[in-house]
Design a protein around this ligand. Structure first.
Ligand SMILES: Nc1ncnc2c1ncn2[C@@H]1O[C@H](COP(=O)(O)OP(=O)(O)OP(=O)(O)O)[C@@H](O)[C@H]1O
Ligand SMILES: [Mg+2]
Length: 372
């Protein structure tokens, strides 16, 4: 997948940014607070995902601007495509979104078309942070190769919300405990399905991360990862069998759940366990090991999309290289060969000698430059 051009105007501080991209490497350099991450974010929104830094819709538009426009044209292995997005401050809910000229009602409907992997300094804490980061990582990674997975996740969230509401009602004496079963049956069905899909993804991810980690440590350390379920000891591919165990678990936890006021076991509490030389990275890993493990997970995410969809995603590296030592910087660049990349940095010397199209970013304006 290759982004050919990007236009962004009025998105936060971006001002008439009109970029014709290099099919391989694009470097955006500028001082702090000039608009580098805003550009990466504008592109990311066109993938149909929510902002990776939690920007709310009403903050899309520049403080002194009336509207924001983003346009991205890209080519996947089948054809050239174009996404156009426009939103006005007066009516933030009424977003104009088109994919190849066809109107879409929501940004999320763009999902599955332009595929990107975004990598920010926060991602370097993927292995040491809380389990919800690793669950989100897995869910997004799976959804990018299997967009229908999003429906299962949304369904599970809705069911969980309803069950938790009922648990609270029961605790306050307003709910009927016999109604729990109805939610349990549906939660078990959707939850078992999600756990099997996540587990399959993690097994596959493990193959990639194992060999990448081997490379980054010159074979001196071994990384492995696996899906950790809070429902069953072992995950098989037998969804029906798992569904039964899941249901039993929900039923047996009902009394505790009523006391707690929420559902204490389920895929919403699962995790991905990462080990180096057999020890949990989260608990025992050094900072360098935790960062390297996170790094290979992100690179593996991109490689899996490329291998399974036949289309490499575009890699958006926001300020990541400056966080890494020389060896890890080289490792990243060597292992994303064949993938179009957009890199932001404050100091262009980081990429000295690397062939790339260079842009400078200043006060929201972006211009091509040949200054090295
Ligand atoms: N809605 C908005 N309207 C106008 N400016 C905004 C809006 N939201 C954020 N900004 C400004 O955009 C500027 C650039 O932000 P951005 O995060 O893209 O900087 P950056 O170039 O990535 O900097 P750094 O190198 O520090 O990461 C910031 O000064 C921020 O205050
Ligand atoms: Mg930034």
């Amino acid at each position: 997948m290759i982004i050919n051009s990007i236009y962004a105007d009025g998105y936060k501080n971006l001002c008439g940014a009109d970029i014709s991209a290099d099919p391989k490497m694009n470097v955006f350099c500028g001082d702090n607070a000039q608009g580098k991450t805003n550009l990466i974010e504008a592109v990311w929104l066109m993938t149909g995902c929510r902002s990776f830094r939690g920007t709310r819709d009403r903050d899309f538009i520049g403080f002194e601007k009336e509207k924001a426009d983003i346009r991205v044209s890209f080519t996947d292995c089948f054809r050239s495509q174009k996404i156009e997005f426009s939103v006005k401050k007066q009516n933030i809910k009424d977003k104009q979104i088109t994919l190849n000229g066809v109107k879409l009602p929501l940004l999320s409907r763009l999902f599955g078309n332009l595929k990107c992997v975004v990598f920010t300094p926060e991602d370097l804490s993927l292995t040491k942070g809380s389990p919800d980061n690793r669950r989100s990582f897995t869910d997004l990674s799976v959804s990018q190769i299997k967009p229908s997975f999003v429906y299962a996740l949304n369904k599970y969230d809705k069911l969980l919300f309803q069950r938790n509401a009922l648990l609270k009602d029961i605790a306050y004496g307003n709910g009927d405990p016999s109604q729990l079963e109805m939610w349990d049956v549906q939660l078990a069905k959707t939850g078992a399905y999600i756990s099997v899909i996540r587990n399959t993804y993690c097994n596959n991810l493990n193959n990639y991360t194992n060999s990448l980690y081997n490379k980054i440590t010159d074979g001196s350390e071994e990384m492995s990862l696996c899906y950790h379920s809070t429902v069953y000891r072992e995950i098989t591919d037998d969804v029906e069998e798992l569904e039964k165990i899941y249901l039993k678990r929900l039923c047996s936890a009902a009394a505790d759940d009523i006391k707690a006021g929420f559902t204490t076991a389920g895929i919403h509490r699962d995790d991905v366990n990462v080990f180096i030389n057999g020890l949990s990275v989260r608990e025992f890993g050094s900072q360098g090991q935790q960062r390297s493990a996170a790094l290979v997970m992100k690179i593996a995410q991109a490689k899996i999309i490329a291998d399974q969809t036949g289309d490499a995603p575009v890699m958006l590296l926001d300020d990541i290289l400056s966080e890494l030592d020389d060896k890890r910087q080289r490792f990243v660049l060597e292992n994303i060969e064949g993938i179009q990349v957009f890199i932001t940095c404050c100091d262009r010397r980081i990429l000295y000698g690397t062939p790339a199209k260079l842009f400078s970013v200043s006060a929201g304006r972006i211009s091509e430059t040949d200054k090295r």
